[in-house]
Design a protein around this ligand. Structure first.
Ligand SMILES: Cc1cc2nc3c(=O)[nH]c(=O)nc-3n(C[C@H](O)[C@H](O)[C@H](O)COP(=O)(O)O)c2cc1C
Length: 252
């Protein structure tokens, strides 16, 4: 049984919410799941003030006392996470962006390895392609295995043809996500993945110390000595790429 948490960036129980429900009802036919839908507008999420205390001292040092850390905990406790957002001014909703800003310490200290991610985007007319790319771009640095999201149209009145197209798309996306959940939770990393890991861990090791939350996190995870974030078989070339990346980061 996989537990899925869906974060919705719309304050309405409108098209995004209905798309989430439709997606889940289809997914339930294919996989045993439990789930929670979280409307971000039901929670207090203050704007990030940019103090960087979460980066430097740890997320517990955030001066804003609101619901963000309990929402982040729900991500940690899930096997899969879905971000659903309407297109607002050619980007995600402000509520969703505030949430992402506030959990940005996870880009420094990624922790969602072995978990799956996708997105659902709803729009009146145009521009959601970039939103889908954005979600797919931010998920791997957080540790997630990411499946590109689905885009649905919602300009009212919705002609029958568009309704049917939306229905086909959401069913297809639920099927794709069900298959995605069966893929290895810890896939073999690409050379770029290895390179990025080795450069960041070597930089953190050489430039920071125990006073830094990032350093302490990497140390606790044993990442200064590891080939990759999680056990992965690197071939001879992968090991060489790792070695060179360590050398490059250590010397630059
Ligand atoms: C403030 C605002 C900005 C919007 N900007 C865009 C946009 O740039 N492109 C677009 O295609 N639709 C845009 N829309 C339309 C919404 O994406 C659409 O109404 C969507 O269904 C809203 O999601 P909801 O039904 O879940 O609330 C905008 C809507 C609002 C309220």
């Amino acid at each position: 049984m996989k537990h899925i948490t869906i974060f919705s960036g719309s304050a309405r129980s409108g098209h995004s919410y209905r798309a989430i429900e439709r997606f889940l009802s289809e997914l339930k036919k294919l996989r045993e799941i439990s789930y929670e839908i979280i409307k971000l507008s039901d929670f207090t999420i203050e704007y990030c003030v940019g103090c960087k205390r979460c980066f430097e001292k740890g997320e517990m040092a955030c001066p804003l006392k609101d619901d963000v850390l309990s929402l982040a905990r729900k991500m940690e406790q899930s096997d899969a996470v879905i971000f659903a957002s309407p297109n607002y001014g050619f980007h995600i909703s402000g509520k969703m962006k505030s949430f992402i800003d506030r959990i940005a310490y996870n880009f420094h200290r990624p922790q969602f390895f072995g978990k799956y991610f996708t997105s659902i985007i709803v729009q009146g007319i145009y521009g959601a392609g970039k939103i889908r790319s954005y979600f797919h771009f931010i998920a791997p640095p957080l540790g997630f295995n990411s499946l590109p999201g689905v885009i649905l149209q919602s300009l009212e009145p919705l002609p029958e043809k568009v309704l049917q197209k939306n229905e086909k798309k959401i069913v297809k996306h639920a099927q794709a996500f069900a298959a995605f959940l069966d893929k290895p939770a810890f896939p073999a990393p690409s050379f770029i993945d290895v390179m990025m890991f080795r450069i960041s861990r070597t930089k953190i090791n050489t430039m920071l110390d125990d006073g830094s939350a990032d350093y302490r996190y990497f140390k606790k995870k044993g990442w200064f000595e590891k080939d990759f974030y999680y056990p992965a078989k690197l071939g001879l070339f992968g090991k060489f790429v790792g070695f060179l990346s360590d050398r490059f980061a250590g010397n630059s």
